[in-house]
Design a protein around this ligand. Structure first.
Ligand code: IVH
Length: 695
């Protein structure tokens, strides 16, 4: 980010890099959730991309520090509630990004290296517009549409067959396709359909969608398919998932086949050089405003499918494709006010309230200002005219001040909600409210987090209900949730005031919804240790760290015992847990109120021990070293294959090495392996070993 407090990567030492990777994992996860949950992102796509890029650059510099919960391993969206889940037969991946010509050149050169292609061998690349919508998978069996799903988290999506069937571009039956063919593509809304919808929404007093992408998302995720049917959604096919047979050995050929079966496929170009790709990108970017729907870049894909197969995927995205983004759209407006928002861990985030302005067809009225330094450095003041930018589906970004405002913004020294002093620790960029759980904003945010999807995931207990129970004084700490039935429905110790009546008599509740809520709460009394730890909402302790801690301690008792200051060193020994995380944990559990809350909570739960998953690959969990020259594949391809089978690939041989794969002319590493008695095989042996597991 253009945040001055963020240090250049090459100035970070190992400890600093570890801390930074932990911070980035947390921040990216937060923005993933904001983007995917309420379709309400908080930063621009460009900033988000920069966070991810900083993360992968750091990982490239310090490969040993790659975290198990690295954002590089994750595709995206948490699941929506209310639809059945569908496990994708093949994961739905995301795309890496290119921003400039050099990135495109790197992409092509990388492919040549990975495939060990002779110098100068042309690589045919299909270039097609990148639609700014939502991806969907359509499964056809014997020509009939049997299932349609969202991408979800890439592995598991939602079954939205009924909704997808209402889209005119999606055929219910196709002729001439293989027995099983899963078409993948984008669901989106045209500008005209978007404008019509918002006009109707306005007339009916309903919510106005911020942009076509949000409108498409909101329309597709309706539990009532009749509503989806009333929205004019479009679909374009551009990829596929599980197939029993492929109609071509080229990407362009399969696009042609899908078009012949009745799908709409976008016009595309086949290019063989960086110059051709840049020319196509330039032409499309120039013509962008005149298109009937939003595109936010061009996707480049290797045309030969045998090459795609060999290139495979790094954890999050395929090596055979990349998205070359367009520049973000910008406009000028006036800062009318600056508000401070209080987050779950007390972080105070300044937000600019803007005079509404249209940026790239979307009305913009808020922008995050990140932190105090950002405001000071850019001299953002109330009354200033600023340049704002949005890219795709995001809350925009204030780039710079065009005309200064009169009065500098005085950063508050108190929490705007509870009045506790705000503190900014040395080396930190953020101010925090020091009120802890006494701050209503923090308490409510923490409770919201506690019941959120990846934490306790209690059906029927969302933000609105939490806020109401909190306001009534019924739920102020997580443990209170598990006493709601008793407190509201009578019995000994039942709750009397101010509501003095059972939940079914509260406004907005009835017999069934109240009973369902109590049942849903009871259902979650059994919880896995990793979810429980994540649910606490401790700073720096996201899902990944929750899992690391649960794996290390395995049981509730062992974990609780370890949360003591004299065991800090032990925490630091856990691979992936850094200083900031360890301290945050110890601080949390050293606070008497937190500790009492924890004891009260866990007394009402059955916490399941963490069980490790078994794995079947012959190299799973092993540490391998490749040395010498491999003839059949590039080193990168071999490494990727080994990692996909659950092995760790190391650069040097030690007593911890399980297996050395020695190619031609192997030297000192081979000698060292021999001297240490480490098992050595040649390339043929390696191919045979993994061949047996190559499904
Ligand atoms: S290919 C494995 N092609 O962009 C690659 N994606 O950032 C699968 N998208 O999730 C995607 N237009 O939702 C591909 N012509 C296109 C696309 C496209 C839009 C979306 C898609 C994907 C996201 C990746």
């Amino acid at each position: 980010m253009s945040d001055p407090a963020v240090m250049a990567i090459d100035r970070l030492d190992k400890a600093g890099a570890k801390r930074e990777l932990a911070r980035l994992a947390l921040e990216i996860k937060f923005h993933d959730a904001a983007y995917h949950r309420n379709d309400a992102p908080e930063i621009s796509d460009a900033d988000y991309d920069q966070l991810r890029r900083r993360n992968s650059d750091l990982e490239a510099r310090f490969p040993n520090l790659v975290r198990p919960d690295s954002p590089t391993h994750r595709v995206g969206a948490p699941l929506a509630e209310g639809f059945n889940k569908v496990r994708h037969a093949r994961p739905m991946l995301s795309l890496g990004n290119a921003f400039k010509e050099a990135d495109v050149a790197d992409f092509l050169a990388g492919i040549g290296r990975f495939l060990k292609l002779p110098e100068g061998e042309p690589i045919a690349i299909v270039a097609e517009p990148k639609i700014d919508g939502l991806s969907a998978a359509l499964r056809y069996e014997n020509g009939a549409l049997v299932q349609g799903a969202t991408r979800g988290d890439g592995e598991v999506g939602e079954d939205i067959t009924a909704n997808l069937r209402t889209i005119a571009d999606i055929p219910h039956a196709i002729d001439g396709a293989p027995d099983v063919f899963e078409v993948r593509g984008e669901v989106f809304m045209t500008h005209d359909a978007f404008a019509d919808l918002n006009r109707q929404q306005l007339a009916a007093g309903k919510i106005i969608y911020a942009n076509p992408r949000n409108a498409a998302a909101g329309s597709l995720r309706q539990l009532d398919a009749d509503i989806t049917s009333s929205r004019k959604l479009s679909f374009r096919a551009y990829a596929w998932g599980q197939v029993s047979d492929l109609p071509s050995d080229r990407h362009s050929g399969v696009l042609g086949a899908m078009a012949a079966w009745g799908f709409k496929v976008q016009a595309h170009a086949v290019c063989t050089s960086v110059a051709e790709l840049m020319a196509y990108h330039g032409k499309m970017e120039a013509g962008r405003a005149g298109r009937p729907y939003d595109i936010d870049g061009i996707v480049y894909k290797v045309d030969r499918l045998d090459w795609q197969q060999r290139l495979g995927a790094a954890s999050r995205s395929p090596r055979w494709a990349i998205a070359h983004k367009f520049a973000a759209e910008q406009a000028q407006t006036v800062v009318e006010d600056i508000d401070i928002q209080v987050g779950r861990t007390g972080k105070l985030t300044p937000v600019a309230r803007l005079a509404p302005v249209t940026v790239g067809g979307v009305v913009v009225s808020n922008a995050t200002l990140h932190n105090e330094d950002y405001i000071a450095e850019k001299q953002i003041r109330v009354g200033a005219t600023v340049l704002v930018q949005r890219a795709g589906d995001v809350i925009p970004q204030v780039l710079e001040v065009v005309k200064p405002g009169a009065k500098p913004f005085v950063y508050p020294i108190q929490c705007p909600i509870c009045g506790s002093p705000a503190v900014r620790d040395e080396g930190e960029v953020d101010w925090r409210c020091s009120g802890g759980l006494n701050c209503q904003a923090q308490a409510v945010e923490r409770l919201r987090h506690f019941v959120s999807r990846n934490a306790f995931d209690i059906e029927g207990l969302g933000e609105k209900q939490i806020a109401a129970f909190y306001a009534a004084g019924l739920v102020t700490a997580p443990g209170d949730i598990f006493q709601l039935r008793q407190r509201l429905e009578g019995g000994e110790g039942s709750y009397e005031k101010p509501h003095g009546k059972p939940l079914r008599e509260w406004e907005g509740w009835g017999e069934t919804s109240a009973a369902n809520l109590f049942d849903a709460i009871d259902e979650r009394r059994a919880i896995s240790l990793d979810r429980l730890i994540f649910a606490l909402g401790i700073r720096h302790v996201g899902q990944g760290n929750g899992r690391l801690l649960a794996r290390r301690y395995e049981s509730l008792a062992a974990f609780t015992a370890a949360m003591s200051p004299d065991r800090l060193d032990e925490l630091l020994e856990i691979d992936g847990i850094g200083e900031a995380v360890a301290r945050a944990l110890i601080d949390f559990f050293s606070d008497a109120q937190n500790r009492a809350g924890w004891d009260d909570l866990v007394a009402q739960l059955q916490v399941q021990d963490m069980v490790r998953a078994a794995t079947t690959s012959p190299v799973a969990g092993q540490t391998l070293v490749f040395t010498g020259t491999l003839e059949q594949t590039s080193r990168a391809e071999a490494k990727a294959r080994a990692e996909a089978l659950g092995a760790k690939v190391s650069g040097s041989v030690s007593a911890k090495t399980d297996l050395v794969i020695a190619g031609a002319a192997a030297g000192s590493k081979l000698k060292k392996a021999d001297s240490l008695g480490v098992k050595v095989i040649d390339e043929a042996g390696w191919l045979e070993l993994i061949g047996t597991t190559n499904e």
